[in-house]
Design a protein around this ligand. Sequence first.
Ligand code: NAP
Ligand code: COA
Length: 266
Amino acid sequence: MYDYANKTVFVSGGTSGINLGIAHAFAQAGARVVVMSRKQDKVDAAVAALKAHGGEAFGHAADVRDYAAVEAAFKDTATRFGAIDVLVSGAAGNFPAPAVGISPNGFKSVVDIDLLGTFHVVRAAFPYLAKPGASVINISAPQAWIPMDFQMHVCAAKAGVDMVTRVAALEWGAAGIRVNSIAPGPIEGTEGMRRLAPNERANQLITDSVPLGCYGTTDDIAQAALWLSSPLARYVTGVVLAVDGGWSLGGVSAMSMGLKKAMTGG
Ligand code: NAP
Ligand code: COA
């Protein structure tokens, strides 16, 4: 495993689920880790767990929709830990609902957290990123390129996230900054899957639709983030890396199967 000692890693939305798994993997690899999310109690719990690996960690309670708060978190991070070597933008919101069941404010909430929030995070971080050498990873989803029932807001937001990735990769390559997306498939034990597959039947339908035949783990995503941020991936930028057991290969029918049947009783 690549040694992340003396590297600073910032994870937005890093206080639970997949993003916390990423934060733990970097902490285990020796990095100083900073997490940011809305709820102070989640931030405190995550920081305590991350410190148990023996390194430095701290957190910020901030909403990614609030640009000034995001900017302040990066400024504070740079003051304490210096330049940011790895930035992960993972804060997101999701709920399953048919398009006509999503209010304008519901659509706006998800787009504001996922897409505008990702723009806020990468934009506000830029002055504090290590140049050259920083790795930026935006957490996307297969919904970014496969339309999925009950996910119009998320599909739209994550498609935008991947364009933020690509344009930033174009513009920031000259500064020696690599920018990529990771698109996790269905990951066990996460809030995202509790919402999208709320019962055993939906879980089974989703498992059946994944070519590798199982859910992924938060560590599957964390290992991809470790590799993507290491010198082993020095020539990789602007990509959307699916870590999804092949789920997205099945396209619309595979990805909607479990969710649509669970929601409609069909
Ligand atoms: P999760 O545990 O709910 O993680 C979301 C994180 O974002 C939490 O730390 C949450 O903490 C934070 N957050 C939410 N809204 C925020 C806001 N406005 N400002 C700042 N922080 C905010 O969910 P997860 O299922 O692990 O998903 C993590 C990421 O993976 C998301 O980007 C999601 O789209 C992506 N993903 C997940 C799956 C899956 O199978 N679960 C599949 C594909 C993609 P607070 O509540 O404290 O704010
Ligand atoms: N179906 C339809 N609409 C819903 C909904 C659902 N299940 N859940 C929320 N909404 C709507 C609300 O009704 C509201 O719209 P309205 O004002 O027109 O009534 C709008 O979404 C915003 O809801 P609110 O609770 O005020 O938003 P928030 O900013 O506090 O929270 C969410 C954002 C809705 C995405 C919330 O679920 C959240 O915080 N999620 C973070 C965790 C998460 O989703 N993790 C999964 C992985 S990404």
